[in-house]
Design a protein around this ligand. Structure first.
Ligand code: ADP
Length: 385
C-alpha cells in the first residue's frame, strides 16, 4: 500500500490522523501500516469483514492498544504515548457498557466527574447531551428500565457529554433489532450534522450503515486499507474487486484487455465478445487479464450496447425486480430487472446489455491497487446526495 507523505510539525491535519500505524499481537500483525485522516466534521466509516482490523484501528485511536510502529495524532497533536483518558475522546461500544446501579443522568455525568468538571457545568452538560439524544425525559431512570435503543442513546449521550472533538463508534447498532436500527441510523445522521466540528470514526461490517452515514468509507480487509472514498465513488468506481463485492453487489467478469478508446473507455474481451468499460485503474497492457465490474441493477434485458447472449439459469422474483442468473461465455451474470411482466423461461436464450459508463475495469484480485486515505479538502462535503 502507498503512504501519505510524512507529516511535518505544524502541518498535521486536525481531526484524527493515523500515520502508518501497525498493531501486532505477538507475531501476528492485525493492522498493517494504516494511513487514515478524518477531518473535523467528517464521519469516516471503517467497513470490512469480521477480523479485518477495524476495531483494532479504533482502539489504537482511543489508546487501548499501542502501535508497534506509526503515530496517532488527534487535533494535530501526537497522542501515541498518551493513555486513553488523556485523549479527550468520546467512545460508544456495541454493548452500551452503562453502569447498572447509576441512573441515566449519573451515567452521562460519569466522564465529567472523572475529569473533575465543576458541579454547575456537569448539570448543564448532562442536560445538553440528554437533549441531543432525545433522552431528557429519562434522566432519573435506571438502565434496566430502558429499551435497548434507549440504552444506546444514553451511551451516546455519555460520550457526547465531555464535548469530545473525536467520537469513536464501534458497531453501535449491532445489538439493536432491524426496526430500531433504522431509527437510530437516522438519529446518528442528525447528530453528525449537528456535531459540525467532531471527527467521527464509525466501525461497522454493515454496508448499509456505511453507505447511509459516512462522508467517506475506508474499506478494510486482512489488516489493510483496501480502498477509501465517498460512498458514491466506491459504489460507482471501486478500485478493487474486494470493494466492488463488499460495497454493494457486483458482477465480476474475467476479461482480456484489448484496446483503449479515444473517449477514455477501454475495450476488453469476454469470450469472443468485445465489451467497453470505464478504464481507470485497469492494467495497461494489451492482452492482460482484468476484471469487468458491473452492478446487477445496471444490466438490462434485450439488445443494447455491450450486448451479451446467454442462457437463463435461474429466475428469482424479488418484488420490485426479477433477478435473472444468466450463463454467458462460461461465466454467470446477475441482472436485476425492473418492470418485467413476463420473465424469460429457464433455459431461454436472452440478450443482456449495459452502458460502458456503468462498467469499470479492475485489476484482478491478486494484484490489489495501492490506496491512500488522504485528507478531504471539504470536511463532510462530498459524502451524501
Ligand atoms: P474487526 O474489528 O475487523 O472484526 P479486530 O480488529 O477486532 O477485527 O481483530 C483483528 C484481528 O486481531 C483478528 O484476527 C483478531 O482475532 C485479532 N485480535 C484482536 N484482539 C486481539 C487480542 N487482544 N489478542 C490477540 N489477537 C487479537
Amino acid at each position: 500500500m502507498s503512504e501519505t507523505a510524512p507529516a511535518t510539525a505544524g502541518t498535521r491535519p486536525a481531526g484524527i490522523h493515523l500515520d502508518r500505524v501497525s498493531v501486532a499481537y505477538g507475531k501476528h500483525t492485525v493492522l498493517d501500516g494504516l494511513d487514515l485522516t478524518v477531518a473535523p466534521g467528517e464521519l469516516m466509516a471503517l467497513l470490512g469483514p469480521s477480523g479485518s482490523g477495524k476495531t483494532t484501528a479504533l482502539r489504537a485511536v482511543a489508546g487501548f492498544v499501542r502501535p508497534v510502529s506509526g503515530r496517532v495524532y488527534l487535533g494535530g497533536r501526537d497522542v501515541t504515548a498518551l493513555p486513553p483518558h488523556r485523549r479527550g475522546i468520546g467512545m460508544v461500544v456495541q454493548s452500551y457498557a452503562l453502569f447498572p446501579h447509576m441512573r441515566v443522568a449519573e451515567n452521562v455525568a460519569f466522564g465529567l466527574r472523572a475529569r473533575k468538571t465543576p458541579r454547575r457545568d456537569i448539570a448543564e452538560r448532562v442536560a445538553e447531551a440528554l437533549e441531543m439524544t432525545g433522552m431528557a425525559a429519562y434522566a432519573r431512570r435506571y438502565p434496566r428500565e430502558l429499551s435497548g435503543g434507549q440504552q444506546q442513546r444514553v451511551a451516546i449521550a455519555r460520550a457526547l457529554a465531555i464535548r469530545p472533538s473525536v467520537l469513536l463508534l464501534d458497531e453501535p447498532l449491532s445489538a439493536l433489532d432491524a426496526r430500531l436500527r433504522s431509527g437510530m441510523l437516522a438519529e446518528l445522521a442528525r447528530l453528525h450534522r449537528e456535531l459540525t466540528d467532531v471527527s467521527i470514526l464509525y466501525v461497522t461490517h454493515d454496508q448499509i450503515e456505511a453507505l447511509t452515514l459516512a462522508d467517506r468509507i475506508a474499506v478494510m480487509d486482512n489488516a489493510r486499507l483496501q480502498d477509501c472514498g465517498t460512498p458514491q465513488e466506491l459504489y460507482r468506481r471501486p478500485r478493487t474487486e474486494f470493494t466492488a463485492s463488499f460495497v454493494g453487489n457486483a458482477n465480476l467478469l474475467p476479461v482480456t484487455l484489448a484496446e483503449t478508446g479515444p473517449d477514455g473507455t477501454v475495450g476488453a474481451d469476454l469470450g469472443g465478445t468485445r465489451l467497453r468499460a470505464h478504464g481507470a485503474g485497469a492494467p495497461a497492457a494489451r492482452g492482460a487479464a482484468a476484471t469487468l465490474c458491473v452492478r446487477p441493477h445496471l444490466v438490462g434485458l434485450g439488445p443494447g450496447p455491450n450486448a451479451l447472449r446467454g442462457t437463463v439459469a435461474e429466475v428469482q422474483w424479488r418484488g420490485a425486480t426479477h433477478r435473472l442468473l444468466v450463463d454467458v461465455a462460461g461465466t454467470r451474470l446477475t441482472a436485476d430487472v425492473r418492470e418485467l411482466r413476463t420473465p424469460p423461461a429457464l433455459g431461454a436464450q436472452v440478450e443482456l446489455h449495459f452502458a460502458a459508463e456503468d462498467a469499470v475495469l479492475l485489476p484482478v484480485a491478486s494484484a490489489p491497487a495501492a490506496v491512500t486515505a488522504a485528507p478531504e479538502a471539504v470536511p463532510g462535503g462530498g459524502g451524501r446526495g
